[in-house]
Structures are given as C-alpha cells and as structure tokens.
Ligand binder design. Sequence first.
Ligand SMILES: [Zn+2]
Length: 279
Amino acid sequence: MRRERVSDDIYVFTSDLYAQVTASAVVTREGIVVIDTLPFSNETQEMIDYLNALGQGPIRYLVNTHWHGDHTNGNYLFDPSIELVCHKKCQEALLQHGREALEEAKEASPLLEEAELRVPDVVFEEGEMVLHIGNKSIELALMPGHTLDSTVAYVREDKVMLAADTVMPVPYFVWGDRHKFLESLKALEQYQMESIVQGHGEVLLRGEIPSAIQSSIKYLNFIEKKVMEVVEKGQSPSALDRLTIDKCGKSRIPLNGLVQDLHRANLLSLYEELSAKAN
Ligand SMILES: [Zn+2]
C-alpha cells in the first residue's frame, strides 16, 4: 500500500495489490472521515491502524462512494461505533448485489477469507449532502456515470476532490451510463480544485485537471461516434479491435495497462447497446 498526503489534512492510500485503487482520509478537529476502503482486508487494516496511530482523534465516519467491492470490501473492518455513510442508491445496490459480489471476490482471493458484507445505514437521498465535522465541510454529491450510485466527496477547505471512479485514467461505464457520465464530468468542472484523487491511479494536480476532464469527455464522445460507425456498417465486434485506446485519445500505460481492458469492455458494451437499438 502506498501512502501520500495531498494537503495538510488529507491522506491518500493506494493499493499495491489491485488496480491502484485509492481510499482517502480527511483529518478534522473532531476526528477522521475515511472515504472508501481498499480492496483487500490486509491493506484496509493497515490504513485503519495508521490512522488510529496518528493521534488525531478517532475515525468517526466511513463514506462509500459506490457499491463496487474494490471500494467497499473493507467496510467490515471498521469498528461498529463508526458510522457508515453513503447515498441511498449505493445502499440499495449493496443490498441487492453486495453479497454475491463479495462471495465471488472471496472465491478469487484468500485475502478476503474473513470479509463480511457490511452495508452503510446512514444514507442521503438528495443529490447532495454536506458532512460538517470539526473544521471541515465535506460535500457529498451524486455523480452517476461509472455506476448509477457514484458519489464524489469534495473537501471545501482544502479544495480537494475525492472523485472515486467518476475520475479514472479512462472513464469506465460498463456498470453505469455514459450519458450521465458526460453530465457528471461537466458538473465536476465547476468545482475549484487543487487536486483530484482518482478512484484508481495517480492523484491529479491543479494544472492537470482541466485537460484530464476534457480528455475523458472527448473520449466518451469519440468512442460513441466510432462504435456507431461499426454498427451502421453491420460489422462484427472484431472490427472494434482497431479502435485502440491510443486512437481514442487515452494512454495505454496507466494502471499497469489495465486501462486497455477497461477500454475494450467499454467498446463492447457500447456495441451491444447500439446494435440492439439498430435492430
Ligand atoms: Zn467502481
């Protein structure tokens, strides 16, 4: 697990074991707010131990940004006295898919042997909720796209956006909705941001933010157009192979190349959707 600090009060923890998943912690005068867990129990426990040893007060809240296991598998490791918070849609998705997803993950990895499903019970239903704690205001805003329950957490005082999977090296919408994704990225541009903590991969610094968001917007529009051409010509999905990630305006390098798999999955899901509509 890699640890870094993006402001005086915000720590970011990055998994070494799976897809460079990030989790964050906001230190306030009245305790610590954690945003997401890491995929595997040992890394989440290491993060909790580190935060407890800081001497900056107890962990008070854990926020889940969306239901995916790589961000929620560690929920069960937090003390029962800690409040778990998420959007109502995230709670519903965890209740619906969480158990099955966790069972699959457990079969795939002994590191999750002891994991149990724990679903947040403090929910918000509106588009936005502000968590006021100590000297910090953390705006939780629903930004559907990657999934329909995707939420970001913006720390006003630090101007840091904990964007989770709403910002990734390549926008990944197979579980979500690419049109809503575009709207969410445009909404994200309205914030004043010193840095963005992506759900996977490197932290984006101020100078990198506008081009990163724009390139994701362009990517979503570009692949829609290109996949539509393939569908209109009646070509098979193998015709998608020539639409490499580089040709679609994104680098093939981030997340140790995993972005190429995400990109291919995007293309295929788009192909299936557009060809179903065409027929
Ligand atoms: Zn996700």
